[in-house]
Design a protein. Structure first.
Length: 400
């Protein structure tokens, strides 16, 4: 029998490990690989270097390889093997993501050596992983940065990480300012370098805040007041603001807003969730919780598609909006999509008689919704060019 070296474990843990390994061995002999794997993971959680557990994992892999080569494998065994492989695939993906996230964290902190180690671990698990390759390329680039030693570059990255923490909610407090001064001195960052790094960090945080406005609030949230408040909060100069504005508009054009969507839903949570999803998929969304808000919004911007709730809690609001639209000659051909929590026959009949284009039952199949929206837009406008109306609204919100 194998000797189990369990240094560092207390008596109770040693007993548990021995019992889990015994049970895992029994499960492996019975072809219950998932059950065995679950027990082995328990062992490795408290004793990562346990050689018996690792040998049992190798044993499972060997048995599966042999079984996979057999002809006429029993259906139950085939399912067991497939499930085990799925578990391994998910675990591998989780490990890779963990290594990459840790590598990125070390990179931001300026610890290039540890960042390199973690990125290489990810690459060892997946030699074709583009994110690991890009991280390693970036690390090589920083290590050979002209005019700077690696130690100096690491110190700058470390200070930038401290700056981000200090500025993440806006201008640092007095106590945070003291921490920044002390860190600058300890890391031997000159005043000139501090100003440059501080400017880069502030601009990056400001840009992220503007992007978050787009995801959560859309075009209507880009008001002069909201942007001015952000600019003051992060102490952004007007010159830097103009540069960031230009960058955002370039991204806006590059990603291309697919079209304007008027979204009406009295359920605030569902309105926020669907609005955020559509914006992340490059639609400009005007969100409304009432019929009155929807009608006011349509005076500001013409939607390319309308999505409205017609569930019982909203009464006839959705159909009321539909009738208003169909009576207006300049918007009567706008595609109309209805969502409902219960697509009963009566609701469907009313909608189809009125001329509703599509019905979606909640919870909405987002993948199907995106495909439907893309199809409707192609039919409605052949191909939508860069939406100048949306772009102008976004650009106008930056004007001073």
């Amino acid at each position: 029998m194998r000797t189990i070296h369990s240094g560092g474990l207390d008596d109770m843990q040693k007993v548990k490990v021995a019992e889990w390994l015994r049970q895992a061995d029994t499960h492996i002999r019975g072809g219950r690989y998932l059950a065995a794997d679950e027990l082995l993971q328990k062992v490795l959680e408290i004793y990562p270097d346990n050689q018996v557990a690792h040998s049992y994992q190798d044993r499972i892999q060997f048995l599966i390889k042999q079984l996979s080569q057999r002809v006429g494998m029993e259906n139950d065994m085939y399912k067991e093997i497939q499930k085990y492989r799925d578990v391994l695939l998910k675990r591998k993906s989780k490990q890779i993501n963990s290594f990459l996230n840790t590598s990125h964290k070390f990179l931001e902190e300026g610890n290039f050596k540890r960042a390199n180690e973690q990125a290489n671990k990810a690459l060892a698990l997946d030699p074709d992983n583009v994110f690991a390759k890009e991280l390693l390329r970036r690390l090589r680039e920083l290590s050979t940065k002209p005019g700077s030693s690696q130690m100096e570059t690491e110190r700058e990255y470390t200070y930038s990480s401290i700056l981000r923490k200090g500025w993440q909610n806006g201008t640092p407090s007095g106590a945070q300012q003291e921490i920044l001064k002390r860190s600058q001195s300890e890391l031997k960052i000159t005043d000139g370098k501090r100003l440059k790094l501080e400017r880069d960090v502030k601009n990056g945080l400001y840009k992220q805040a503007l992007e978050q406005i787009w995801v959560t609030g859309g075009l209507s949230a880009f008001t002069i007041e909201s942007i001015d408040a952000l600019r003051v909060r992060f102490d952004i100069s007007r010159i830097d603001h103009s540069l960031i504005e230009s960058g955002l508009l370039r991204e806006f054009r590059k990603n291309r807003i697919k079209g304007n969507i008027l979204l009406l839903d009295p359920d605030e949570n569902q309105l926020i969730e669907l609005s955020a999803f559509l914006r992340m998929n490059f639609f400009a969304v005007i969100a409304a919780g009432t019929l009155a808000e929807a009608l006011v919004s349509m005076k500001i911007i013409s939607p390319d598609i309308i999505i409205t709730d017609v569930s019982s809690q909203s009464g006839t609001v959705g159909f009321d909006l539909f009738e208003v639209i169909r009576k207006s000659s300049y918007i009567k051909y706008i595609p109309f999509i209805a969502t409902t929590s219960a697509l009963d026959r009566t609701t469907s009949l009313i909608g189809k008689r009125l001329g509703v284009d599509e019905f979606f039952q909640k919870p909405i199949d987002y993948e199907l919704l995106l495909s439907t929206l893309d199809g409707k837009l192609r039919m409605h406008k052949k191909q939508i060019p860069i939406n100048k109306e949306s772009e102008n609204i976004l650009a106008q919100s930056f004007k001073r």
